[in-house]
Design a protein around this ligand. Structure first.
Ligand SMILES: Cc1cc2nc3c(=O)[nH]c(=O)nc-3n(C[C@H](O)[C@H](O)[C@H](O)COP(=O)(O)OP(=O)(O)OC[C@H]3O[C@@H](n4cnc5c(N)ncnc54)[C@H](O)[C@@H]3O)c2cc1C
Ligand code: FES
Length: 380
């Protein structure tokens, strides 16, 4: 028989003291899911959102409620061709509905995991995923006026935030500006329109690069620029801005906000782009190196493999080029997938929240954002 966890009441909390951005709200619902913890998720439904985007709905295999913050992501690890491959996907559903969680995935041409999910994952299948992570969230950042800016699949974290404030009747003033190639590429188009009709504080604006096959499209055509932003969101400088999309889009957004004298203390962004691998060759392939950065020897303790690498490359990139199999996903120090024990030596690590201090203290490092500052022995 299926049992449902009892939802706790927010005992003693006055409604006026509870807000959408209170951190405690999001752990009150269900079992905490720590970012390092792997759970088995069962796929309950697959929904076609657009011609190249699908939503996969999951529940915990043990029917537990899941707690996460709107805007956070999970790391899924399907077995593809006999190997576990990890990728991050933002939870597009809202933590206010803690028994089912969804990710919304766009097919990437030639991409391993996005295409595998589209072609092979069906209702009833299970998938390993590690717990929610990421700091791209409004939690702990109270603001009554928000501006959400997204492009393409970058809509997912902002959709989770919007769904959460809708479900909580949070009475926020949200302007949601989404950019898509053509009208048929707009993800969550109908649902956002429905929420807008029922939520007085929500205003949705879709901008398309071109009309595509939609001869009825009456919305703006082109790209978001300062003139359009000033016309449609004249108070944009008073808003907390959350933006997500391809790197080029976010560069353009930052530049137009700068032009508009926006105060960047109120700006938050997340990129889905995999970092461009630094293409500096390994020592065996080309001996010309940046002398300032130095050259170091890396030993992989499990395989006994040794290679030399320049100090201006990340250990992940060099290890992959040397033929090592290293689990990785974001390449930005966000997801924690490449966390590995450093047994000897020192690195300079510039992470983005994918590792905790206590893990660093134990000798773990994120290889995707670590550059050697001495010879290394790593647990690979
Ligand atoms: C925090 C975070 C949240 C994310 N949330 C979402 C989300 O909600 N929805 C979503 O759709 N995506 C999201 N992503 C992106 C997602 O994690 C994957 O990067 C994306 O799905 C592509 O993965 P893939 O395995 O299909 O492609 P990959 O196999 O990783 O390939 C990506 C691209 O690189 C090319 N490529 C691969 N290997 C090489 C190579 N050696 N040389 C040259 N080119 C190569 C491929 O052809 C392809 O074009 C998120 C990413 C991050 C970091
Ligand atoms: S691959 Fe995500 S933290 Fe290194």
């Amino acid at each position: 028989m299926t049992t449902y966890a009892k939802l706790p009441t927010l005992a003693g909390a006055e409604p006026a003291h509870v807000s959408f951005t209170d951190p405690d709200i999001w752990t009150a619902y269900g079992a905490q899911w720590n970012s390092g913890e792997q759970k088995t998720l069962q796929c309950c439904a697959v929904i076609d959102e657009t011609h190249d985007v699908k939503t996969f709905v999951f529940r915990c295999a043990d029917w537990r409620a899941l707690s996460f913050e709107p805007g956070q992501f999970i790391t899924v690890s399907p077995i593809i061709a006999g190997q576990s491959v990890s990728r991050c996907y933002t939870i597009s559903s809202s933590p206010t509905r803690p028994f089912a969680l969804s990710i919304t995935v766009k097919r990437v041409p030639g991409g391993t995991v996005s295409n595998w999910l589209h072609d092979h994952l069906n209702a009833g299948d299970t998938l390993l995923a590690s717990g929610p992570a990421g700091s791209f969230t409004p939690v702990g950042r109270p603001a009554a006026k928000l501006l959400y800016l997204s492009a393409g699949s970058g809509v997912t974290p902002l959709m989770s935030m919007t769904r959460a404030s809708f479900d909580m009747a949070a009475r926020l003033d949200i302007v949601f500006v989404h950019s898509a190639r053509t009208p048929v590429d707009i993800i969550f188009h109908a649902e956002l329109n429905r929420m807008q009709a029922r939520m007085p504080g929500l205003r949705v604006l879709n901008i398309c690069e071109g009309p595509g096959v939609d001869t009825q499209w009456a919305g703006p055509i082109g790209r978001l620029d300062l003139a359009l932003l000033q016309e449609r969101v004249p108070d944009f400088k008073e808003r907390e801005v959350f933006t997500c999309g391809p790197q080029g889009y976010m560069d353009a957004i930052k530049s137009l906000l700068k032009q508009g004298n926006f105060d960047f203390r109120h700006y938050h962004q997340e990129s889905f782009d995999i970092a461009v691998l630094d293409e500096a060759p390994l020592l065996e392939q080309a001996p010309v190196l940046d002398q300032q950065a130095g050259v170091f020897t890396v030993t992989l303790s499990r395989s006994g493999k040794t290679f030399s690498m320049p100090g201006n490359q990340t250990v992940l990139s060099a290890a992959k080029k040397a033929g090592a199999i290293v689990p990785s996903s974001c390449s930005q120090g966000v997801c924690g997938t490449c966390k590995t024990a450093l047994l000897q030596g020192t690195v300079e690590m510039n992470h983005n929240g994918g590792i905790r201090q206590r893990e660093i203290d134990k000798g773990l490092r994120l290889l995707c954002c670590s550059k050697p500052t001495s010879d290394l022995v790593i647990d690979l």
